[in-house]
Ligand binder design. Structure first.
Ligand SMILES: Cc1cc2nc3c(=O)[nH]c(=O)nc-3n(C[C@H](O)[C@H](O)[C@H](O)COP(=O)(O)OP(=O)(O)OC[C@H]3O[C@@H](n4cnc5c(N)ncnc54)[C@H](O)[C@@H]3O)c2cc1C
Length: 374
């Protein structure tokens, strides 16, 4: 019988999740089309010339330990579609006000060496996870299901379910290791006192050791372009400059997948959703915002502590207490005087000696009524 539908599936939004969904559908031999509102694909994984000629900046995300380590992405032939990962000399630097720096190195041992009294505690926290990451990653990153390594997952879970602050304070005695862990945990965009926030610090820390801190050569857009190219090779279609405002605009299809935020989904799906589900989407509280600034530089950043230049990311947040204060302030709708910042310098991927730098100050309180004030 002829297929009565124009497509088996329509995907709205071409962020990495939308493209991954479309690829999965296309891999199963089904027809799929992706609609993207912007003129370029990728959502938070895009690059553009934002400053001086010849400088390509990542518009949003820039460093991808969880992409290189994703069991799904790993299974895709993205290298054949132009993606090349490069690793910086060190994943992360965390300078403190006393003009010292804590370096998160690729190796656990080298990291322990600059943690003073907490070297052994760090090894105990991270070492076994790094050793078991290859295998345990599928249990940790997958949706809830029967785990393949239940004991290791439970061991991870007992630590991950705690708040970042509590884990750092219980495990580490000194400021240095606590600050390092706080900086990693702050990527959760949750107050450091929240249960479960430790999971982010643990996963980012372990991936930095087990997988590195990879940047796509040529910018984040290369990851999106590789996903899009593979999708098209599989027969998937992509339409840009098409902002879907209602599901009725879509061609006939068996399934619609929305790579959207809760309120965007309510706007598009309207009364096709049950009242209860619609209400829960409308009640969804968005998290903290982030402010990002891009620079084109004529020379390397003159860090007070030269070691910082070896790292792709520099956490500028200070001690655990300072980072926790900054996160808490934004969570409650205030602005911290000293917001914790993450400075990313993907110059390792540039050519002709050009340098680019972006600094993400986050979190900040979102202020929908006065965006210009941020
Ligand atoms: C400042 C910042 C820095 C970050 N840095 C990192 C990092 O270094 N590493 C990392 O791994 N993650 C990082 N992230 C997170 C990462 O960017 C997101 O996790 C990722 O982009 C989410 O992908 P997604 O596919 O779910 O959605 P998105 O990337 O948001 O994509 C959604 C897409 O849907 C499109 N769309 C929306 N509405 C419509 C419509 N009505 N019709 C058609 N299309 C529509 C949008 O234009 C967009 O392209 C960062 C996030 C921020 C904010």
């Amino acid at each position: 019988m002829a297929n009565p539908y124009a497509y088996d599936a329509v995907v709205i939004g071409s962020g990495p999740n939308g493209l991954a969904a479309a690829i999965t559908i296309a891999q199963s031999g089904r027809s799929v089309v992706v609609y993207e509102a912007q003129s370029t694909l990728g959502g938070g994984v895009r690059s553009a010339n934002l400053t001086a000629p010849g400088f390509i900046h990542d518009i949003c995300s820039a460093v991808y330990p969880l992409a290189i380590g994703s069991p799904f992405f790993r299974a895709l032939p993205l290298g054949k579609h132009g993606l090349e990962w490069i690793q910086p000399p060190a994943p992360l630097a965390h300078p403190l006000d006393d003009d010292t720096v804590i370096m998160l190195e690729h190796s656990v041992d080298a990291t322990c060496e600059n943690l003073g009294v907490d070297g052994e505690a760090y090894r105990k926290l991270m070492g076994w996870l790094v050793d078991q990451w290859d295998g345990l990653d599928s249990d940790i990153l997958a949706p809830p299901r029967l785990p393949q390594r239940p004991l290791s997952l439970a061991r991870f879970g007992l630590r991950a379910m705690r708040s970042g602050r509590r884990l750092a304070e219980n495990v580490f005695a000194g400021q240095r290791a606590r600050a390092l862990f706080a900086g990693l945990t702050a990527h959760s965009m949750l107050p450091l006192e929240y249960a479960g926030s430790a999971a982010f610090g643990l996963v980012l820390g372990v991936t930095a050791h087990a997988l590195g801190w990879p940047i796509a050569r040529g910018g984040a857009q290369k990851l999106t372009d590789a996903l899009a190219s593979y999708l098209q090779q599989l027969g998937g279609e992509i339409v840009v400059n098409k902002c879907i405002t209602a599901l009725d605009e879509l061609p006939s299809c068996r399934a619609v997948l929305c790579d959207l935020t809760p309120r965007q989904l309510v706007n598009i799906a309207g009364n096709r959703l049950s009242p209860r589900y619609r209400r829960s989407l409308q009640r969804y509280r968005y998290g903290m915002g982030a402010f990002k600034m891009d620079w084109a530089l004529s020379a390397p950043v003159p860090w007070t502590v030269a070691q910082c230049a070896r790292a792709a990311t520099v956490h500028l947040g200070g001690t655990l207490d300072e980072i926790a204060f900054s996160e808490r302030a934004a969570w409650s709708g205030d602005h911290a005087d000293k917001p914790s910042c993450s400075s990313c310098s993907p110059r390792f991927s540039t050519i002709h000696g050009l340098r680019r730098q972006s600094t993400r100050c986050g979190p900040i309180a979102t202020s929908p009524t006065a965006p210009g004030s941020i």
